[in-house]
Ligand binder design. Structure first.
Ligand SMILES: [Fe+2]
Length: 320
């Protein structure tokens, strides 16, 4: 682990300017019915309005994601939430950086403003409730003591229901340029990176180790959405349920190095992934995370099965 040459972390103090949450991700897919089936089986609470789907978690009102219909699967846009008192300064900073503001896409009008990043990816910043966590999420490790059975029968095993969205990982043709863009515009901070291959960014108002991650590819695209569950057991139960429903492809069980979360990824109908995640590192507000540059071969995962070839494919860039 080495310090990043030339990288000066912003001072962590109140008054710094940045978004507080990834408010929602929006995917375009060819068939909303397929998406509804996949995410419902994954354990999410899908609400349909015509051809648009809202992706929610049970017991939480927030809309973590949306699915709209499109010719091919594509990342439609990312929406970030900020505090009301920050939106004017964020807008001024982004315009001051030479980024042109644009009209919202039909159906997504909001109190916020819209722009494209340096690679053309559509983004929104709007005033919204903070949905990134204010503390590290609880994890359940040992629900019973001596003299009692910890496991249920398979028949009685509960349906896994993720608690919240943790992060998304997107492809980019230039990880280092993307870090700079998201620092200068959204006010995200670098948590960790591995060379110019992958980077993880967090929010300054308290968030998981990453609410947005970046991985190198030939073009932009959506790699995965990650959903927080309460235990490693839930990761296994979720993966098993998906396999029972025919969604057998993916990668896991394992544990990441950067972010530390336990993981299982399920390949979705369009070649990207949904991740069950547990016990991801948390970066409190005003904490200074020691952003570091890691050896790629030493920092992807701590343990787990061999990574399947399709895990790295950017289907939006035509890779197969
Ligand atoms: Fe992830």
């Amino acid at each position: 682990m080495t310090a990043i040459a030339g990288y000066v972390a912003p001072e962590a103090k109140s008054g710094d300017l940045g978004v507080h949450s990834l408010d929602q991700f929006v995917l375009a897919v060819p068939d909303a019915n397929v998406a509804e089936d996949f995410y419902t089986n994954f354990g999410l609470n899908m609400e349909r309005n015509g051809n648009t789907l809202a992706i929610k978690t049970f017991g939480h009102e927030h809309r973590w994601g949306s699915v709209v219909e499109g010719k091919t699967k594509a990342l439609h846009h990312l929406s970030f939430g900020c505090y009301a008192e920050d939106i004017a300064r964020l807008k001024a900073r982004i315009e001051g950086a030479g980024v042109k503001l644009i009209d919202p896409p039909p159906g997504f009008e909001s109190n916020g403003f819209w722009f494209r990043n340096h690679e053309g990816v559509l983004m929104e910043i709007k005033v919204a409730p903070k949905v990134s966590p204010d503390h590290k999420s609880d994890s359940i490790w040992s629900p019973v003591g001596p003299g009692a059975a910890g496991a249920t029968t398979r028949e009685k095993s509960p349906k896994v229901r993720p608690r919240r969205l943790s992060h998304v990982l997107i492809f980019t043709a230039d990880v280092l340029a993307s870090i700079q863009f998201f620092e200068r515009t959204l006010g995200l901070r670098l948590s960790d990176k591995a060379s110019d291959l992958v980077a993880f960014m967090h929010g300054i108002h308290g968030s998981d180790h990453h609410l947005l991650a970046l991985v190198k590819s030939s073009a932009p695209g959506f790699h995965h959405c990650s959903w927080d569950v309460s235990s490693v057991n839930d990761i296994g139960l979720g993966a098993m349920r998906m396999a029972d429903k025919g969604w057998t492809k993916g990668w896991g069980l394992g544990r990441h190095v950067l972010g530390s979360n336990y993981l299982h990824y399920v390949r979705d109908p369009w070649g990207s992934f949904s991740e069950y995640s547990c016990d991801i590192d948390y970066i409190p507000k005003e904490d200074r995370w020691p952003a570091a540059d890691h050896k790629p071969e030493d920092s992807f995962y701590l343990w787990g099965p061999e990574v399947p070839r399709e895990f790295t494919l950017n289907c939006e860039a035509g890779e197969s």
